[in-house]
Structure formats: C-alpha cells, structure tokens
Design a protein around this ligand. Structure first.
Ligand SMILES: [Zn+2]
Length: 272
C-alpha cells in the first residue's frame, strides 16, 4: 500500500518541484541584466529602472557621486518664458560634412560614431570635434514641462577634453532622410566590438532645424558618471522623424531617459 501511495504521489511531488524550480528561474531572470543593459567593460552596471535606475546611480559607484550631489546636472526642464537673451554666449557654428558612420548598440542606447574627426562645431571660440550621436526615448530635456518622443545628443569634445553636447528634440512627422539608413539598421543587440557599418555617408547638418535658436546652459552627462562641465546647446525647434522611425528605435530602447534635474543657481540662455 505504502509503495502504491508513493507512486501515486510521485508525479505530484515532481510537479511541485518543477514549479518551484521554474519560479526560481523566473525571479532569477528578472534580477539578472537584460542583454540591452549589459555593462560595458570598466563601468558599473546601471540602467533606467529598479535598483540600478537614476535614483540609485550614486549608490552604484563612488565615481557616480555627482548623480546625487551635483549642482549642475542634466537634463533640465526649460521654461521658455523670460529666458535671458544670449548672456554673451554665441550660437554654435556647425561644420558638418557627409562622412561614414558606424552604428553601435552600447547597452544603453544606439550611438552613431563618425570615421575621423573632421566634423566639428565652434562654440565660444573653441573647436569641438564630433565624437558620436545617440538617442533617448522619450526625450530627456523637457520644454515647459513637456517631453518629446525622442532626443538626439550630438557629443563633441575639444582638444583639452571638454565636452559640448547639442541636443535635438524629436517629434513624429515626416520621414527623416538623413537618418534613414541608420534607422533601418539599428542593431538590436549589444554590438560590443562589432558596430554596424553604414553604406552611405551622413551629413548631420540637416539634423539642426534651419533657423533654430539654441538654449544654452552648463550641465552634465545625463548618464553615469554624470560628469559636469558640459556645455549644452538644445535646439528650440524639434526635428521630425516618421512614427515608423521612432518605433524602430523604441523597439530597441524605450525609457532610456534620465528624469529632469534641479536647475539650482544656473541660468538658461537663448541664442538665435
Ligand atoms: Zn544622451
């Protein structure tokens, strides 16, 4: 009888064990990093949600202390009423030409990296060479409290290593020709050392809407280590991408936007 009972209950016991095991896998899978959040070499794992999200960046590494303690952090909400004109600051001069780019999925965004350093901007009488451009969805900066569908960041560096980022807000509209090939080949998985080469050269000139004014302020990187001393120029006119192009990006990254930060004593200027 006993043996018979054991046999009767054995499938039930195995079933319970399988269920327990499956539950363990599920919770373990939730805790481990999704492939798109995998940390790059030499940086602590960080992301946009949960205990590695923006509220916790400063806890992940002493190198990320500015994420909490900084007084000049980005992004910010820009209130357009009553902005100071220029403040003696100049509008960036864009020197972009058509050059080849490679698309890289770095685990936090998709970046387009130029070949060579012959694309640059002139800002406050210094040259800043284009390093890469990348995207956030939705936008990081807010204008009068409003987020846009996406935001592009064109990252530049001068000879001394100072950073100047040009931000372009993106809204749904007409298909964007400049980014057409790139957005049709966005790498879905982290590319590590094998970025996707794009066939056609890209001239970024058209990404800055003609006649746009630029909001200028002193801020930071919007990702760890949130380094300050970044000269920000954010176009006051949004760029259009088609909904299909926006969807192509958000299929890979959505919610990779840091919340807006306290302005503290900083001022925002508008340069036209
Ligand atoms: Zn960015």
């Amino acid at each position: 009888m006993l043996l018979k009972n054991k046999r009767r209950y054995l499938p039930l016991i195995i079933g319970v064990l399988v269920l327990l095991y499956a539950a363990g896998c599920g919770s373990a899978a939730k805790r481990s990093a999704p492939a798109h959040e995998a940390a790059a070499a030499g940086e602590k794992h960080w992301g946009y949600t949960g205990d590695v999200g923006p509220d916790f960046w400063h806890t992940l590494s002493p190198d990320y202390a500015l994420a909490k303690d900084g007084k000049a952090q980005s992004p910010i909400n820009i209130v357009t009423g009553g902005l100071a004109e220029t403040g003696g600051l100049s509008k960036p001069e864009f020197h972009y030409t058509g050059i080849p780019f490679k698309a890289e999925n770095n685990g936090h965004t998709i970046a387009l990296a130029p070949s060579g350093a012959d694309n640059y901007i002139v800002l406050d009488a210094a040259d800043y060479a284009l390093q890469q451009l990348h995207f956030h969805a939705p936008s990081e900066h807010r204008i009068n409290g409003e987020l846009c569908a996406m935001e592009a960041h064109l990252v530049h560096k001068d000879a001394a290593g100072n950073l100047a980022v040009v931000g372009i807000l993106i809204v749904p509209g007409a298909e964007n020709e400049t980014l057409k090939e790139a957005f049709s080949k966005l790498p879905k998985e982290v590319t590590h050392e094998e970025p996707v080469s794009l066939d056609a050269p890209i001239d970024l000139t058209a990404l800055v809407p003609a006649g746009a004014g630029l909001y200028r302020y002193d801020g930071s990187l919007t990702t760890p280590p949130c380094t300050e001393g970044v000269k920000w120029s954010l176009a006051d006119t949004a760029l259009e991408l088609s909904q299909e192009q926006i969807d192509a990006f958000t299929a890979v990254y959505s919610g990779n936007n840091r919340p807006v930060q306290n302005l503290y004593k900083r001022r925002v200027y508008i340069t036209k």
